[in-house]
Write a protein that binds this ligand. Structure first.
Ligand SMILES: [Zn+2]
Ligand SMILES: [Zn+2]
Length: 175
């Protein structure tokens, strides 16, 4: 599955919403890239680091989360991260979703109808599937887990029968 290039959208938004401030010497002042297939916890990230007094920052969009979503979700995520970049690099203010972020977000949302930016990315983030079945050897209840865990005891049974203390009589047995 290929993903769409981000640079053209970045240039367009930079002009429309950020008064071209996010470009310097014809280059975006933040790096821009798609993640590999592992970034599944968030749709987008804005990262900055300071090395030897020089600040560099980047926007990473999650390929596994966004590649199958409509364009407006990609636009909304990219624009959200661009606001972070703008607050950080242009306003030079240290805030996350504070008043400056929100003012810009509301402004951009009111300027167009193609996409809406929110503070919480409002689509489901893919979690690792709960694919392991474990059963309490005491009460028999089945629970689903992301991975097999050793020496895990059934919480319910521990609470009911052992004053909340771990006891091997109610270990979870994995298939
Ligand atoms: Zn954010
Ligand atoms: Zn149990």
């Amino acid at each position: 599955m290929t993903v769409i290039p981000l640079i053209p959208i970045f240039y367009k938004f930079n002009k429309m919403f950020f008064e071209n401030s996010l470009i310097s010497n014809q280059q975006p002042i933040v790096n821009l890239r798609w993640s590999d297939n592992r970034l599944k916890t968030t749709a987008g990230i804005y990262k900055r680091k300071k090395v030897g007094g020089i600040i560099s920052s980047e926007i990473i969009l999650s390929k596994p989360i966004l590649e199958n979503l409509p364009l407006n979700e990609i636009q909304s995520t990219l624009c959200h991260e661009m606001i972070h970049a703008w607050v950080d690099r242009i306003l030079k203010i240290n805030e996350i979703h504070g008043p400056n972020f929100q003012r810009k977000m509301i402004e951009i949302n009111s300027l167009q109808n193609n996409f809406q930016i929110s503070i919480k990315h409002n689509y489901p983030v893919i979690r690792n599937e709960l694919k392991y079945k474990g059963q309490c050897i005491n009460c028999g209840e089945v629970f689903m887990y992301r991975k097999r865990v050793k020496n895990l005891a059934c919480k319910k049974c521990c609470v009911h029968f052992f004053n909340g203390v771990w006891n091997k009589k109610c270990l979870i047995k994995f298939e």
